[in-house]
Ligand binder design. Structure first.
Ligand SMILES: Cc1ncc(COP(=O)(O)O)c(C=O)c1O
Length: 449
């Protein structure tokens, strides 16, 4: 039986009515990728208010690795509801927070003693990681990367690279931030290697900021919003060695790449590194908002008592959900499933690539997979309008997916890892039809874009 079932035009009448209310009541800042309102969700499917059923390859931007309504998560939430809701960890602690910290400490890479603080969002995790790094090193500067995304709060936005829509008009940014090119093999200089990409950091120490002023280098092991860019395997080990030489901390932002997305608990493991600090959020809560910073115990203890936290951080419901989500990943072998999804995607996408030059690059790590679309495989001109058109075609035909990339030309897959093989193939069939449709489109003149 097919999972996708479209029974009205898209968006349907109820979605259109709600969109009119949304436009009147909510500003345009919080954008909607898809103009349909969802009424119910289960596993890898969504049902809208008009009774249309979709396959969900976006997972709330990578927050549903364990699937919508994961049974362990909903059971844990019900049990927690019977006990207590908000208490505030800063007033009266509760076991769930500590149990989740212990669990995360055991799952993150690094054989050293670790500690974890809980926050609400990815951006908050970034803010706290930077505060902790500064408190420990007593240095001000942070080095970050082109094409990085770290969130929308002032400091996280300052660390983010892409100007539109994230930064333009929100100046001035936080200070003491230095940006270097990331290891982006598809768009790097021909012949670039892990070493030559990593050399940008040493260059920056001569050109922009003295290493003894740098508290931390922060990087996403696989760029998320930047377009699922996977650096060469040796890259982060070289970067971390350079950091160590200068007493600089290495922060891995695993908000999007963590919690089983890439076939490991954390993408850092693929690169054989043990970051000093790791940030995580998104799929940690199995659909509930919770984020964390985990790191070497002596670094995490640098800020004094009361210096970190927030009213709702580590909410009891979120802790219960996160522990259940982690158990789900363990019991349902979702690490192996993620690797398998990545292989299935790669096989299909590589076959499409032989047919359509629109597909410039197929890349990814496990279930964090993507295609970069270009108008011409030689010039690599980003195919942004085509990418947008593919996403539109997909949701109109029952597949919800999202795009990424500094140049808005990447189709990314963040499907819940509980998707069945049949569902995944059904979704990829829609994507294939969308590619065929886009390949037929006439090239859009630059002036018309
Ligand atoms: C790598 C990365 N860091 C930080 C963030 C910010 O997370 P949040 O939206 O929860 O603030 C995101 C969000 O997409 C992200 O992908």
């Amino acid at each position: 039986m097919k999972s996708i079932h479209i029974r009205t035009e898209i968006p349907g009448p109820r979605s259109r009515a709600l969109m009119a209310r949304r436009e009147a009541a909510v500003p345009r800042g919080p954008h909607n990728a898809v103009p349909v309102f969802i009424a119910a969700a289960d596993g890898a499917t969504l049902e809208d208010v008009d009774g249309n059923r979709y396959l969900d390859f976006a997972g709330g931007i990578g927050c549903l690795n364990v699937g919508h309504q994961a049974p362990r998560v909903t059971a844990a939430l019900r049990a927690q509801l019977e006990m207590h809701l908000h208490l505030c960890f800063a007033v009266t602690p509760y076991e769930g927070y500590v149990a989740l910290a212990e669990k995360i400490n055991s799952l993150t890479p690094g054989g050293f003693k670790k500690k974890t603080i809980l926050l609400n969002t990815g951006a908050e995790a970034i803010e706290n990681a930077v505060k902790i790094a500064r408190a420990y090193t007593r240095r001000p500067a942070i080095v970050c990367f082109e094409d990085a995304f770290h969130g929308r709060t002032l400091l996280a936005m300052s660390l983010t690279s892409k100007t539109h829509p994230y930064k333009a008009g929100f100046e001035p940014f936080a200070s003491d931030i230095y940006r270097i090119p990331f290891a982006y093999p598809y768009r790097g200089a021909p012949g670039s290697t892990a070493e030559s990409f990593a050399h940008h950091l040493e260059d920056a120490f001569k050109r922009s900021v003295a290493p003894q002023s740098v508290a931390a280098v922060i990087a996403e092991p696989v760029l998320g919003e930047g377009g699922f860019i996977v650096p060469p395997r040796g890259y982060f080990a070289i970067l971390q060695n350079i950091c160590r030489k200068h007493g600089i901390l290495f922060i891995a932002d695993e908000v999007q790449s963590g919690i089983a997305r890439t076939g490991r608990w954390f993408a850092s493991e693929h690169f054989g590194i043990e970051p000093d600090l790791i940030t995580m959020a998104k799929s940690l809560g199995g659909g509930m908002p919770v984020a964390a910073v985990t790191g070497r115990a002596e670094i995490m203890d640098a800020p004094g008592a009361g210096a970190l936290g927030g009213t709702f951080c580590g909410h009891p419901l979120s802790c219960a959900a996160a522990l259940a989500a982690i158990e789900t990943i363990e019991k349902e072998n979702l690490l192996a499933r993620s690797a398998d999804i990545g292989k299935q995607f790669e096989a299909r996408a590589r076959s499409w690539q032989t047919k359509w030059p629109l597909i410039g690059e197929v890349r990814g790590l496990g279930g964090m997979c993507a295609m970069e679309l270009v108008r011409d495989p030689h010039t690599r001109e980003p195919a942004d309008t085509e990418t947008r058109e593919i996403a539109r075609f997909c949701y109109e035909h029952g597949l919800i997916l999202i795009t990424a990339g500094t140049f808005n030309n990447v189709i990314r897959i963040l499907v819940p890892l509980v998707v069945t093989d049949a569902q995944f193939a059904e979704g990829l069939d829609v994507l294939e039809a969308a590619l065929a449709h886009a390949a037929d489109l006439k090239p859009v003149a630059a002036s018309a874009r």
